[in-house]
Design a protein around this ligand. Structure first.
Ligand code: GRF
Length: 214
């Protein structure tokens, strides 16, 4: 299984994924890393693990222009799934199209989001959940579709908000879940393909499938 990872910043999930590959708990190749931000610490993490790490800057570019550059960079590699790990860009249908698997009816693009979706989508999942006063929050790993933080759910795991929590301790507890869950889900996909549960359909892009994707 070949994964390419898209990042924008810190890269703690990228590190967890690369460590899982290094310690043998994730049987996959991380073929390349691309950041839309040349200053992202995540790029250094890629280099540390000997994975080709590319900066494809998005600043000052039209969305589709940047996406075309990222697709050109990715085209050097053989990729089964794209893995978003803190990639702070909304993906357009133009970008997603090459990853469409018509047999399975999915895009071969995976994301991790710091809430139990569909609660608290968007760029600040932990902050919004904490400020809302949730007693229980969590992490969602899902396939990407044309809407933000919306595609079919692959895995979810909850964690409690403790009475003494600050936003910082709440986030740390969530990140620890992310770092365990994301490599586990990627390993499950490497072994068994994608498994999603049916849900009520709003449009054709949500058509569920039982067929594993290999
Ligand atoms: C994580 O909380 C992830 O769920 C969200 O963005 C954050 C990225 O953190 N999509 P990192 O760059 O992996 O440390």
């Amino acid at each position: 299984m070949n994964y390419a990872v898209l990042v924008s910043g810190r890269g703690s999930n990228l590190r967890a994924i690369l460590e899982a590959v290094a310690n043998g708990s994730l049987n996959a190749n991380i073929v390349c890393i691309i950041s839309n931000n040349a200053d992202a610490p995540a790029l250094q993490i890629g280099t540390e693990f000997g994975v080709p790490a590319h900066a494809v800057a998005s600043r000052g570019k039209k969305r589709v222009e940047h996406e075309t550059e990222v697709l050109a960079c990715l085209s050097q590699y053989k990729i089964d799934f794209l893995v978003l790990a803190g990639y702070m860009r909304v993906l357009t249908p133009h970008f997603l199209k090459p990853f469409y698997d018509s047999e399975a009816g999915i895009y071969r693009v995976i994301n991790i989001h710091p809430s139990i979706l569909p609660a608290f989508p968007g760029a600040a999942g932990y902050d919004e959940a904490f400020n809302y006063g949730v007693r229980l929050s969590g992490v969602t790993v899902h396939l990407v579709d044309e809407q933000v933080d919306h595609g079919p759910i692959l895995a979810q795991e909850t964690f409690p908000r403790l009475a003494e929590d600050t936003l910082e301790t709440f986030k740390q507890r969530g990140l620890a879940v992310e770092h365990r869950l994301y490599p586990q889900v990627l390993q499950q996909i490497a072994l068994e393909g994608v498994k999603i549960l049916p849900r009520p359909l709003t449009d054709k892009s949500n058509v569920p499938t039982e067929a594993p994707v290999k």
